[in-house]
Structure formats: C-alpha cells, structure tokens
Design a protein around this ligand. Structure first.
Ligand code: DPP
Ligand code: ZN
Length: 879
C-alpha cells in the first residue's frame, strides 16, 4: 500500500458537470449505468492528461465516449484505476458495470442490510459502485434512476427531489431522483427496501415547508419520536445560532442495522446506524437518548458545514468534522446541561484523544499523509478538531465568531475548500490574527502547560508563570509554541477578584472582568495581575479552554476550595478528579507497603457534603463522586500497571462505600422517583446520581445493596435503571445475576439494540473469567461478526473498556483480539483496524505486557492479504 501526501495535492484534470445513474437492483447482481458529462478542468495545468477514473471490484460491461463504444486497446486498468489515454476536451462518458451488493461485507459502497439495499460512500466508497472521479473536489449534479422489484423493495430513495415514479410491466418499479445541488460522490446515497415511514413537517425561517421523513423497519416505527424532535430542534437551532436554513423540500433519514459509523450526512438522505436514531425509554438508556439527539443534529448540521461547503481533499476532513462536532456540542449543551456535556467531552478527549496523540498513530487535526483515509476518522480529527474551533470561538468571542462563520459560508458556498479557508474567513471577519494559531492544524501531540504562581503581598501583585511544551510525535521531533487561550480567574475570600494585568495589551477580557483569556504564545511567559489584596486560589483553564495537559501544584485545601465553590463547573469537577487522583496514588503506596487503604478524612467529608447537599445538580455530583477512570489513570501513570491501578482504585471505592454507606443509601432513596420517564436534564441527573450511589453500595457485598439492585432490575420501566441494576449485579457476587441475565435476554431477544447492551454489560464485567464469557458469547445465536454494532458491543467493549481483563497476564486477551482482527480483516477492514487500537498502545505498559502485545501485532502483520486499513495501523505501531 502506498502513502498519499497533502503536499502532492493537484487539482483534478477533469471535472464532471452532470452525473446520470441508472441502478437495476437484482438478487444475483446489480447493474449500474452511468452517463457523465466530463470536461477538462481549466484550472489544471496538465494539458492532454489521460482520464483516470477510480473503481474497485467492478465488472466492466461497456464503455463509450459520445456514443462510440471504446475498444479494449483504448483503456487500461491498473490497481484502483481505469485509464483512458486520450479523450476530447468535453464529452459524455457512458459506462456500464455489474456489482454484487449482497456479497459486500465491507459495508462500503452499495450493500445489503436486513434485506434492504443501502450505501455508504464516504470517504472512498463510491468507487465500489461505478467508475468515477471519486474525490471531494469533483462536484456534480446528480440524477438517479432506481429500478427494483416492487414487492421486495417498495421504497426507492436517493438524494434530492423525487421527479418521477413508474410501475413497470415486469413486476418492478422505478423512481427518478434529482438533486439540484452539485455534490461530491461521497455524499451520494441510495436506499431500496421495505420500510415504514414516520412523517412530520418543519417550517423554515423563510417559510419553506420541509417534509421530514424517518424510514425504519415496521417494528421500529414506535422508536422515532425522539429523533424527530431532535431533528426539528436542530433545524431551529441552526437558524437561530448560525442563521442557516434548510435548502430542499424534503429531508429523509433511513435507519440500517449494519453500519460502520454512527451515521452519514448524504445530501437530504441521511443514512443512520439504528443505534443513533431509534430510542424508546423501555429499550434505550439516557446515554442512548443523548447520542440520538447529538448524532441527528450532527448530520443535519453537515448540510451546511460539509455539504454546501465541503472539503477539497481528505486531509481537510477536520474542516467539516471538527466544525460540525463543535456545532453539535454547543447544541447539546443548549438542549441539556452545559457543564455535564462539557465534562463528558473533556473526559473523552483526555482519555482517548490524549492517548492517540501520545501513540504511534498521532497526527495533527489536518494530517500530512495517510495510507488509508478510513483510518483518519479519529478522535483527533473530530474531537480535537472541535476543540480547535472552540478555541477560535473563545479568541474571537461569540459575535465575531458568528461574523466569521457567516463570511465562511457566504464566500465558499458550493465550493470544496481547505482548513486554511476557514481560518482566513475567521481572521478576515474579526481582524484577529490567527497566524501562530495555525500550528494547531499542523502539529500533533498534546501540549503541556506548567504553571506556577507567586504572590507579593507588599506589591499586591499575583504572578502566573506559564511554560508550554509539546512532546515529539512520529515525524515531528520539534514543535513551535502554540497560541493557547488560557482562561483564568482568581478566587478570593469573598468571590472572584477583579483582574487587571500589568501589560493589558497581552490579553482579551471577558465581560465581567473577573475572568480573563490569557494569550499564551511563547515557550515561557509571565502574567502579572495588579491590585490583588489577598492571596487567591487560581482557577485555571476554565471550561477547559484549550486541549492541553495542565500542571499546577495545588494544595489539597486549594482543590477542596475549588471543588466546593468555583463558579466554573469544569474546574469544580476537575478539582474533584485531582483529589481522587491523589487518593489513588496514596492507595497505591499503601498497598505496596502492606498498609490498609484509608481515604483522607477531608476527601470523605467533601464527598459526604456532595451527597447530602440537595441543592446541587445531581449529574455534577455523580460525576464528582466518580474516581478518575482507569483509562484516565493510564494517561497519568507510566508505565501503566493495569492490575495494580485497578486494585488500588477498587479498594479505594470500597473504602468510600464503607465510610459513606448511610449517605449513599439516603441519596439512593431520595433519587428514586415514580415520574413518567423523560430524557430531560433534571431526570437524567437524578438517575445518574442514583445509579452512582447503587454502584458504590453494591461494593459492600451485603443484602441491602443486592436487594436494591434486584428490586430496581425487576421493577424499573426504563432501560437506564434496568441496565444500571443489571450491571451492578453482573459485577457482584450476587447469586441472582445468572437469572437476571437470562431474564433480560428472554425479555428483549427481539430487540437487537437491547441485546447489544446485554453483550456489552457482560463484556465489561470486571470479574475474572470474563474473556471466557466473551468467547462463549461469540457462539451465541444472537451474535453476528458481520454486524459492526455487535462486534463493538462484545469484542470492542471487552478489549477497549475492560482493561483488567483484556490485559490478563497470560496474554490471552491480546491473542483473542488479534484473532478477531485477522478474521475481520477479510470481511470488514474498517472495523478490523478500529478494533485493534488497544494493541497499538503497547509502549505504555509493563515490559512483560509489551512483549506479549507486540508479538500479537507481529502475528497480524505476517498475515497474507492484509487490507490497507489494518496494514497502516499495525505497521506504524510496531515501528
Ligand atoms: N458520517 C460521518 C460523520 O458524520 C462521516 N461524515 O461524522
Ligand atoms: Zn460528521
């Protein structure tokens, strides 16, 4: 497999003005006929370039230029390309190919899922459908004719508007779709199947009536309401916050069971993984409801940030993904609890993204090179990309940011552009210099901020000394300093102090002048605040204002103060995590020295206060009561002693449960309610606190906890509570757990998404023997290795979220993962390469684990016929 470089980008030699496709869908094979209006690109400097079309796994039937059939000597095939040596300056290319969607297990291109035809073309799946210039900077107006058996496939959909429908004499029928907006091939979509349709309407800000349709299997028609409400909320929000209106009369969403990603933003025909659209209280957890809301909004927002303005090439992926994730995060914050949303996003960033940034696949949000683009749909491109857009928002402020986004959409509507175009629009609209800020696009790695403070009582000054650095990453040994927006406040006895900098030109201020965004731009910098009459507690990196690792030597008293009274929710939570971290370090030392683990009384008092204060937001309390996750600990302690950390954390959790038993019980009963389920912030908070209390109580291994869990499992009417109870039981020694698992399966065996949760709970069980359970479940009739959701629920959850079992000392967990990767490499390379990520982190672990992990990577690398997806990840990991 070869490497593709951003620096070698060239404009396309040819453009395709219009694309007419005819699909004859069949059980044996599918015929695809195309008519492409092609002309030489005036912007290309290469004259008389051959026409090189992308195409993989296609059977070519015929090829003609302006109606004249080409003879075999006029074209050649090499690798993924069909090359026609000599073509006119402007012509119509007609092409017929035959494909076999029913055998397509990669779920890329045209394939079948539960008897229906559907497509996934991003990034490079269209070339599995027909020969084409399959690159995002070739935008074309599409007309699509679909012909299929009327009985099996009553619903036939593609992008844009329906322009004709006809019943054919042979039992087939046909529809014709026209999309007026030029689009790249990755946004093409087709669906054919037997589907129920849930309908609603939306009136846009300028009075356009839009028909909203969600297509699902019959049995799922009662699970679409939440997605529909979310869609309408997203449409309204994008009008209000970004001034963006929907641009067609129809917006379709189709749910499919077999899908590699969460969902796909094809123009006016979004295709969704069922897990990201279906929701009902009885079958879906609170997290599931939130995911549906977030993903529906994300794909809808792409209509502007992605479709109307798209990417020039795949190196620019973060242009649409980072921006759209930022947009959907702000939307979710507005719909629910902003602090909770922020803490969840920061948690993902500080575990998965920081790990990626420190590993062998580290890349900037705009990568310089790749072998397989599918490998770059990463937390870095998405979530760190969103943080970079958030930093621009912070540096410009909301009004100038909106001016910038208006200019960006205005200037580039209908174009395929670059990250640079986005930054330029932001600069031009605001006058803010983002020169140095661009390093965030080109440099990988997580910057570290080392901060120290000095108080001079006589001079009434408080100085923050800030040092930034960034570790080397593959291919980048030296880093230039980043422009880091560093949001701070100083807490005095009676609240936040007014901030005045000695050299005010260095910073931007926010409205109330007690919070300030410091522009950290140099390797070392000092910020001197004047008029400070008492020694304050600094509140740093407020709202997590930049994706960096912060080091400040806080005392326990300062952290307790931040935890109880900082006005910034993120900083309060983060203080709780730092206190938890200190407790874990202490527990590690205690265990090593053979001492009993006993949490500090001040820490317990703080937890007690959280549990007892009914005025606090329950979701915040739940998050603050949870010790830092094992995934986060793996980012802090090096080398990672998985078993040692797990033991220390669990021992500490037990000690907390013992000390706070009464408060936990009171909290549990206080949060138990009979209200009718709603996925709103208030109820979600309450459930999350209740279930956090339950998980602590279960550690006590006594009848009280078991009875609570059993009762909750048997009587709750929503999946959040039922699954939390099942999870508590599965991780305990309660004799009832086998029966609970069996009953759960029996009740829900007809609901694949619920059965996925059943797989996942078992795969994530912390107790010994879980690998054997998972291996047994692979043979369960409900498991199917062809279905990505099931693979993620069972294999993905075990290898990615069950450290203590995956890192078994005998290496059986590693061997198991490698075996699965080798199998999936053949059927679904995208899923295979995603699954193998936990092995790529081998350098972080103890020497014995390193050896075992590396051996499995080598075993994968030695396989014949490695896909480019798996090859890229494995070969870069062992280098
Ligand atoms: N469907 C994926 C997403 O929306 C890729 N575009 O992020
Ligand atoms: Zn996206």
């Amino acid at each position: 497999p070869s490497t593709i470089y951003l620096s070698e980008y060239q404009v396309p030699a040819y453009l395709i003005d219009t694309t007419a496709l005819v699909f004859e869908l069949g059980e044996e094979s599918t015929k695809v006929s195309s008519q492409l209006h092609i002309r030489r690109n005036p912007a290309s400097t290469i004259s008389n370039a051959p026409l090189a079309l992308h195409g993989t796994e296609l059977a070519l039937i015929s090829l003609a230029i302006d109606g004249r059939a080409l003879d075999a000597s006029e074209w050649t095939q090499s690798g993924e390309q069909l090359i026609i040596a000599s073509v006119p300056a402007e012509f119509v290319l007609s092409c017929e190919t035959r494909i076999r969607p029913q055998d397509n297990t990669s779920l890329e291109g045209l394939y079948k899922s539960s008897g229906m035809f559907c497509t996934q073309c991003e990034a490079e799946g269209f070339r599995k459908i027909t020969y084409y210039l399959d690159r995002p900077d070739v935008m074309s107006v599409f007309t699509v004719e679909i012909i299929a058996d009327a009985h099996r496939y009553p619903v036939l959909l593609s992008n844009g508007n329906l322009s004709a429908a006809e019943v054919l004499a042979d039992g087939r029928h046909k529809t014709v779709w026209q999309d007026p907006f030029p689009k790249p091939s990755y946004l093409f979509a087709l669906v054919a199947g037997k589907l129920a349709c849930v309908e609603d309407r939306f009136k846009t800000m300028n009075g356009r009536e839009v028909a909203l349709k969600i297509y699902v299997e019959d049995k799922d028609a009662d699970k679409c309401e939440h997605a529909m409400v979310s869609l309408k909320n997203a449409m309204r929000w994008d009008e209000e916050v970004y001034g963006r209106e929907y641009d067609l009369d129809i917006f379709n969403i189709v749910a499919v069971d077999d899908f590699n990603m969460g969902a796909m933003e094809n123009k006016s025909l979004n295709i969704f993984n069922t897990s990201c659209v279906l929701a009902k209280p009885e079958t879906t957890t609170d997290a599931g409801f939130q995911r549906v809301e977030g993903v529906v909004a994300h794909e809808y927002f792409h209509n502007w940030s992605g479709n109307r303005v798209t990417c020039r090439d795949w190196f620019q992926l973060s242009l649409k993904e980072g921006f759209t994730v930022f947009r959907d995060a702000e939307f979710s914050a507005d719909m629910g609890s902003p602090t909770v949303k922020r803490v969840e996003d920061v948690t993902l960033l500080r575990t998965a993204q920081f790990a990626e940034d420190a590993g062998p696949m580290a890349h900037p949000i705009r990568p310089d090179s790749f072998i397989e683009i599918s490998n770059f749909y990463t937390v870095t491109v998405y979530e760190k990309g969103a943080e970079v857009v958030r930093m621009i928002h912070t540096l410009l402020g909301p009004e100038l940011f909106r001016k910038g986004s208006d200019l960006y959409f205005d200037r580039h509507d209908g174009q395929a552009v670059t990250c640079e175009d986005f930054v330029l629009a932001m600069e031009d609209a605001s006058g803010v210099d983002l020169g140095q800020f661009r390093n965030w696009y080109s440099q990988a790695g997580t910057p570290k901020l080392m901060v120290s403070a000095e108080y001079d009582a006589a001079a009434q000054t408080y100085t923050l000394h800030v040092q930034q650095s960034c570790p080397a990453t593959p291919g980048q040994s030296k880093k230039a300093p980043f422009h880091i927006p560093f949001t701070v406040a100083l807490l005095g006895e009676a609240g936040q102090l007014a901030l005045q900098l000695q050299n005010a030109a260095l910073n931007t201020e926010t409205a109330d002048n007690t919070e300030m965004v410091l522009n950290v731009t140099k390797a070392e910098q000092s910020f001197i605040f004047t008029g400070i009459k008492e020694e304050p507690v600094p509140s740093l990196l407020r709202g997590f204002s930049a994706p960096v690792k912060l080091e400040f030597d806080y005392s326990r008293e300062q952290l307790l103060r931040l935890m109880s009274s900082d006005s910034d929710g993120f900083c309060r939570w983060d203080a709780s995590q730092q206190l938890g971290l200190a407790e874990i370090s202490q527990a590690l030392a205690d265990i090593a020295a053979g001492r009993d683990v006993a949490p500090e009384s001040a820490y317990l008092d703080a937890c007690r206060a959280l549990l007892s204060d009914e005025t606090l937001d329950g979701a915040m309390v739940a998050m603050m009561l949870q010790l830092p996750s094992e995934a986060y600990l793996a980012e802090i302690f090096h080398p990672v002693d998985v078993l040692g950390l797990h033991r220390a954390r669990e021992t500490l959790r037990l000690a907390i449960a013992e000390a706070l038993r009464g408060e936990l019980l009171a909290c549990y009963s206080r949060c138990t309610s009979n209200a009718v389920y709603a996925a709103d912030a208030g109820q979600i908070a309450q459930r999350s606190l209740k279930n956090t209390a339950l998980s602590y109580l279960m550690l006590l291994n006594d009848d009280t906890g078991r009875e609570l869990a059993t009762r909750q499992f048997e009587h709750s009417e929503n999946m959040t509570d039922r699954l939390a109870a099942l999870n508590a039981l599965v991780n305990s020694a309660a004799p009832y757990k086998a029966e609970a698992l069996q009953r759960f399966y029996q009740n829900w065996q007809h609901e694949p998404l619920v059965i996925n949760q059943w797989f996942q709970v078992q795969a994530m069980c912390r107790l010994p023997g879980t690998l054997e359970t998972v291996q047994g479940l692979m043979a369960h009739p409900a498991f199917d290795i062809r279905n990505p959701n099931k693979v993620r629920a069972l294999i993905g959850a075990f290898c990615g979220q069950n450290s203590v079992n995956f890192h078994r000392e005998d290496g059986a967990g590693y061997r198991f993962l490698a075996d699965q990767v080798i199998v999936l490499n053949r059927s679904n390379p995208q899923i295979a390469s995603r699954l193998l990520v936990p092995l790529t982190k081998w350098r972080k672990y103890l020497p014995a684990a390193q050896q075992l992990m590396c051996a499995e990577l080598q075993r994968i690398l030695a396989q014949p016929d490695l896909s480019s997806d798996v090859y890229e990840v494995v070969s870069k990991s062992v280098q």
